[in-house]
Write a protein that binds this ligand. Structure first.
Ligand code: FAD
Length: 396
C-alpha cells in the first residue's frame, strides 16, 4: 500500500503533536508554519491527565517531569475576602486515580518537547498558507511565496483564525467581549503563592484571575480577564498596561493586588470563539485543535483537546491508505465531535458562572461548588483515554 502524503498547516501544539503521533504511526508528514522562528507566548498552560497520559506515550515523560509543576489542588476563591469556594485535590491523588499527572507548564516547554519529537527537516518555517484547493484525490496548499504543495491529506492545525477551516464551513471567529491579560512573575517576588503549588482562581463580578507556578516553580503564570465590549487589538495579542490591569482589579483580595503589583509586563489578548461544527473534514481536508473547535480558556482544555485530536487522527490514519481516507476521517469525527463539543459548551458556560455578580445566582453557584468539590466530577474529562477510545471504535 502506498504511504499517504500528509501536509500539516501550523506548528503550534496541535500541529506538532500530530507530526509526533504520525511519526510514531510510521506516517511521514511535513509541517508548514508561517512564523520565521518558532517561539511560544510567555505564559503557562495546564495539562490534565487526559493529555499528559498521551504525551507520556509519545515519549515526553522525562522531559515534562523535568520542567513541570504538579499542583496539589485547584482552588476557587471569592474575589474580595478570598474565602475558598471549591477545592479540587490534584497531586498524587489525581495521579493515582487517573494514572497520569496534572501539570502546570510554561508553554515554551510543552512546545519544545513536542518539537523534539519531529525531525527538523519536516518543519518548514516562513511558510504562510494563503489558500487551499482540492480535487477528488488530492489537496494543495498555496503558500505566500508562490509555491504549492500537493498532498493526499491537508490537516489544518492553523489555530482559531484558520484558513483551512474555510474548506469545511463558512464562519468567522467572534469576539467574546472578554480580554485577558497574561504575564509571568519571578517566583521570588510572590513567595506567598508558592508555599504549596496550587492553581488559584479568584472569581468575581464580570472577571476572574487564575495563577499557577510553572518552570519547575521558578515563575508564576497568571491570566486575568477584563471584559471590554469595544477593545480590539490589531493582532490578537498585544502589549498590555499593568496599571490598567491593576485598576480593573482594584478592591479585590490583597493577594491579587500583590500578584499584579509584582508583574513587570503583561500581554493583552482578545478572546474569540466560534460555534461548534458538525463536521471536521471535507474531501481531502481535516482540521484539529483550535482550527476545529476553538474554546474560551475557562476550562483549560484547548491544548489538551488539540493533543487528543492529534493522537486520535494519527491512529485513524495508521489503518488507512490513500484510497480509504474517507472512512478514516469519518471515524476521527465520530470519536472527537461529541467530546470536543461538550468541552466547548462547558468552557462557554464557565464564562457565565465564573463572572456572576454578587447576589442569589452567585450564592447558589457557591453552594453547589462546595458540594461538587473533589475529583469525581472530573472523571469524564481527566479519565478519558483517547487511545483506548480509538481502539474501541475500531471494533465497534
Ligand atoms: C489565555 C489562554 C489560556 C489558555 N490556557 C489553557 C490551558 O491552561 N490549558 C489548555 O489545554 N489550553 C489552554 N488554552 C488554549 C490553548 O492555548 C489552545 O487551545 C492551543 O494553543 C491551540 O493550539 P493549536 O495548535 O490548535 O493553535 P495555535 O496555538 O494557535 O497554533 C496555530 C499555529 O498555526 C500557525 N498558522 C496560523 N495560520 C497560518 C497560516 N496561514 N500558514 C501557516 N501557519 C499558520 C500559527 O503561527 C501557529 O503556530 C488557553 C488559551 C488562552 C487564550
Amino acid at each position: 500500500m502506498r504511504q499517504i502524503r500528509v501536509a500539516v498547516v501550523g506548528a503550534g501544539i496541535a500541529g506538532l503533536a500530530l507530526a509526533a503521533a504520525l511519526r510514531r504511526a510510521g506516517i511521514d508528514c511535513h509541517v508548514y508554519e508561517q512564523a520565521e522562528r518558532l517561539t511560544e507566548v510567555g505564559a503557562g498552560v495546564q495539562v490534565a491527565p487526559n493529555a499528559t497520559r498521551l504525551l507520556h506515550q509519545l515519549g515526553l515523560r522525562e522531559q515534562l517531569r523535568a520542567v513541570a509543576v504538579a499542583p496539589q489542588a485547584i482552588e476557587m476563591r471569592r474575589w474580595d475576602d478570598g474565602r475558598i469556594l471549591q477545592r479540587t485535590p490534584l497531586g498524587s491523588l489525581c495521579r493515582q486515580r487517573f494514572g497520569a499527572p496534572y501539570y502546570a507548564l510554561h508553554r515554551a516547554d510543552l512546545h519544545a518537547g513536542l518539537l523534539s519529537l519531529v525531525p527538523p527537516d519536516r518543519v518548514h518555517l516562513g511558510a504562510r498558507l494563503v489558500a487551499v484547493t482540492q480535487r477528488a484525490d488530492e489537496a494543495r496548499l498555496h503558500l505566500a511565496d508562490g509555491t504549492t504543495v500537493a498532498a493526499d491529506l491537508v490537516v489544518g492545525a492553523d489555530g482559531i483564525h484558520s484558513i483551512v477551516r474555510d474548506q469545511i464551513v463558512a464562519d468567522r471567529p467572534r469576539y467574546s467581549g472578554q480580554t485577558i491579560y497574561r504575564g509571568l512573575v519571578p517566583a521570588d517576588r510572590v513567595p506567598f503563592l508558592l508555599t504549596e503549588p496550587r492553581v488559584r482562581l479568584w472569581l468575581g463580578p464580570d472577571q476572574h484571575l487564575v495563577c499557577y507556578p510553572v518552570s519547575s516553580g521558578r515563575q508564576v503564570s497568571f491570566g486575568a480577564t477584563v471584559s471590554a465590549s469595544d477593545w480590539r487589538a490589531e493582532s490578537w495579542s498585544a502589549r498590555g498596561d499593568v496599571a490598567d490591569l491593576a485598576a480593573a482589579y482594584a478592591g479585590w483580595h490583597p493577594d491579587v493586588a500583590r500578584l499584579i503589583g509584582a508583574a513587570g509586563t503583561v500581554n493583552r489578548w482578545a478572546l474569540h470563539d466560534r460555534d461548534s461544527i458538525d463536521r471536521l473534514s471535507s474531501g481531502r481536508v481535516v482540521v484539529i485543535g483550535d482550527a476545529a473547535h476553538p474554546m474560551l480558556p475557562f476550562q483549560a482544555q484547548g491544548a489538551n483537546q488539540a493533543i487528543e485530536d492529534a493522537v486520535v487522527l494519527a491512529l485513524c490514519l495508521a489503518d488507512a491508505g490513500p484510497d480509504d481516507l474517507d472512512a478514516a476521517l469519518r471515524r476521527y469525527e465520530r470519536i472527537r465531535l461529541p467530546r470536543t463539543t461538550r468541552i466547548q459548551q462547558q468552557s462557554r458556560a464557565n464564562a457565565e458562572t465564573f463572572h456572576l455578580a454578587d447576589g442569589d445566582a452567585q450564592r447558589r453557584r457557591d453552594t453547589s461548588a462546595q458540594t461538587a468539590s473533589g475529583l469525581d466530577r472530573h472523571e469524564w474529562l481527566f479519565g478519558y483515554d483517547a487511545e483506548q477510545a480509538t481502539t474501541t471504535s475500531r471494533s465497534a
